[in-house]
Write a protein that binds this ligand. Structure first.
Ligand code: NAP
Length: 307
């Protein structure tokens, strides 16, 4: 007879491990499946200042490890495994992974969101050859060099500031004439001596053969093009949800996010979606963690009603 967990959590970020913490404290037999290393997206952030309780901020990787340890203290198990397929309808729910098949009465989907690609020619080919998606991870490779950051949101702003401390020059390329990023970023960006801006501009072409040597920009107002010499291009234009595995099994919205309200319940009984993978307005570490607590509550209720 195969083992049937009360709960399997797919994804070991803040949403996943908070669900596991609350579930195990409620006595549920819980397994977390994580593909690579715990922490999710926040593991790529060196300084998290907006998760309360850490008055001097905390490294995202360390926070991830603390969340894992906190859940494991109450008996949550972690399996490093890549999920290949899920069968979510009916009971028990079946998860096929690189480490074998796992069964559970409830499933919490906490797979988060990955980087959104720019969609420009040769992007995949040049990734690692000048194209990067994570300033905290790859910024060091561009020490003393000139880089561009594409985007106008909080990620682009934070990445430009981080890179300005490592690189010689940082050029922020944005398709509008003003930033979407919150006000807290504006002054530091404008005051940084080595950050400049290319407003109303989109990246039309990557230049360079073996590595990026520059980008061709198109001015969205005049329609003209101009080449910009850079050693690297950081793409910070938002996230796309990691939901390919779930298409056709749970309802997704037009952006590919799993449809679930504040209860985190999906349209499949016993299946919950937490954190960045869910339809929601604010995607932060704290809102992912909050989702995890809520999912555990409703999973407990589901188990009480459905055995
Ligand atoms: P975002 O807020 O969705 O911003 C994406 C930016 O990229 C927008 O400025 C958008 O332009 C631009 N963009 C999108 N597609 C593009 C394309 N194909 N070509 C060129 N530009 C494109 O994404 P984000 O900055 O990654 O942030 C994601 C979430 O994480 C947000 O909720 C954010 O608040 C949160 N976050 C928070 C912090 C923090 O609190 N410190 C730090 C990082 C991220 P438009 O403006 O024209 O739409």
């Amino acid at each position: 007879m195969e083992h049937i967990y009360d709960m399997i959590v797919i994804g070991g970020g803040p949403g996943g491990y908070t669900a596991a913490l609350y579930a195990t404290r409620a006595g549920l037999d819980t397994l977390v499946l994580e593909k690579l290393s715990v922490g999710g997206q926040m593991a790529q952030t060196t300084q998290i200042d907006n998760y309360p309780g850490f008055d001097e901020g905390i490294d995202g990787f360390e926070l991830g490890e603390k969340m894992q340890a906190g859940a494991e203290r109450f008996g949550a198990k972690t399996e490093l495994a890549e999920v290949h397929a899920v069968h979510l309808a009916g009971q028990p729910k079946r998860i096929e992974t690189s480490e074998g098949t796992f069964f559970a009465k409830t499933v919490v989907i906490a797979t988060g969101a990955g980087h959104r690609p720019l969609g420009v020619g040769r992007e995949a080919q040049m990734t690692g050859r000048g194209i990067a998606y994570c300033a905290a991870c790859d910024g060091m490779f561009f020490r003393g060099k000139t880089v561009a950051v594409v985007g106008g949101g909080n990620s682009a702003a934070a990445d430009a500031l981080l890179l300005s401390r490592i690189c010689k020059q940082v050029i922020l390329i944005h398709r509008r004439d003003s930033l979407r990023a919150t006000k807290i970023y504006h002054d530091p960006l404008m005051q940084a001596e080595n950050i400049s801006f290319r407003w109303n501009s989109t990246v039309e072409q990557l230049l360079g053969e073996e590595r990026i040597s520059g980008v061709r920009l198109r001015d969205t107002v005049t329609g003209g093009t101009a080449d910009l010499a850079v050693d690297g291009l950081f793409v910070s234009i938002g996230r796309s949800p990691e939901t390919a595995l779930f298409a056709g099994q749970v309802e997704l919205d037009s952006g590919g996010y799993i449809v679930a309200d504040e209860s985190t319940r999906t349209d499949v009984p016993g299946v919950f979606a937490v954190g960045d993978v869910r339809t929601k307005a604010v995607r932060q570490v704290i809102t992912a963690a909050a989702d995890g607590a809520v999912a555990a509550h409703y999973a407990e209720q589901y188990l009480a009603e459905n055995g």
